[in-house]
Design a protein around this ligand. Structure first.
Ligand code: FE2
Ligand code: FE2
Length: 285
């Protein structure tokens, strides 16, 4: 089994220090194989906010945890127009990671991060054709038994926003991006941006989406919570690339605690959420 802590939208500058400390404590205490942070490290891409975000990542890494990060739309300067267009991610590269296509691989996982934040759109995400090539190319030599995960800040799918039938905008060039994801045999898509936890089989949401399981994280540590949510992050236990446990770890006012728990099984065509009895029966595998 491989374990992953998936945090997103930490938004330093709009963070709650007590919640940051609690998240670190929880994650470091569990020693996951990988910590993923899917963007929006800062609130306004300011130097001090980046310094705090970089220190947060350094503390996780000093505790011996491998990390993988992608930038979000808030990590591109909004008001500093010169910086926004000339050097949009210079601070991100200095404080977080100079690699905008990070890759992690061990004996169970192969994980690729792709940057969807752009200077010319304020908050919408986009994938370009070179990135689609990188998605196909990166996973080409990965052995079939490893679980293939793609991390973006913007989800590749429109997400339900809570109101009846309301959906968010999709990522730019969604259709060719999904074709690349399907060609690459990606099992799990991890993203953030909407500050809402969510998991669903991609194929149920979009025709020819391929077999990926779509998992969204809420905001882990910021004050920017939606009305019906609290700060949270995801804990994944990947048993094989056919069997994933997802637990939402949520802030209860004083600490983080495991909340909603779901188990997903992949039948070769599609992911299914297991019922409680099936999940319990599979638990002792
Ligand atoms: Fe965000
Ligand atoms: Fe965002």
């Amino acid at each position: 089994m491989a374990t992953i802590a998936h945090l997103s939208d930490v938004h330093f500058g709009a963070h709650v220090p007590e919640i940051v400390e609690a998240a670190e404590r929880w994650v470091i205490g569990r020693k996951p194989d990988l910590v993923i942070v899917s963007g929006d490290f800062t609130q306004r891409a300011r130097e001090a906010q980046y310094r705090a975000a970089g220190a947060f990542m350094d503390r996780l890494e000093s505790a011996g945890l491998p990390t993988l990060a992608v930038p979000g739309n808030h990590d591109v300067p909004l008001y500093d127009v010169i910086r926004r267009f000339a050097r949009p991610l210079a601070r991100y590269k200095r404080h977080i990671d100079d690699d905008l296509c990070p890759w992690f691989e061990n004996d169970k996982l192969a994980v690729l991060g792709i940057n969807t934040a752009r200077s010319f759109t304020l908050k919408d995400g986009r994938i370009n054709y070179e990135q689609m090539h990188i998605i196909r190319d990166s996973f080409r030599a990965v052995p079939p038994e490893k679980t293939r995960i793609l991390v973006t800040h913007h989800p590749l799918f429109a997400m339900p926003l809570g109101e009846e039938g309301a959906l968010t905008k999709t990522v730019g060039r969604q259709q060719p991006a999904l074709e690349a994801v399907a060609d690459a045999g990606v099992h799990i898509l991890l993203a953030g941006h909407f500050h809402r936890t969510f998991a669903e089989a991609a194929r149920k949401m979009v025709e020819n989406a391929g077999p990926a399981l779509v998992i969204q994280a809420g905001t882990a540590t910021s004050t920017r919570i939606r009305a019906d949510e609290v700060q949270s992050f995801n804990w994944l236990e990947v048993h094989r690339n056919t069997d994933v446990d997802l637990q939402v770890v949520a802030w209860n006012g004083t600490d983080f605690e495991g909340r909603d728990h779901a188990r997903y099984a992949y039948d070769g065509q599609m992911w299914h959420r297991r019922s409680g009895a099936e999940a319990m029966a599979a638990g002792d595998k």
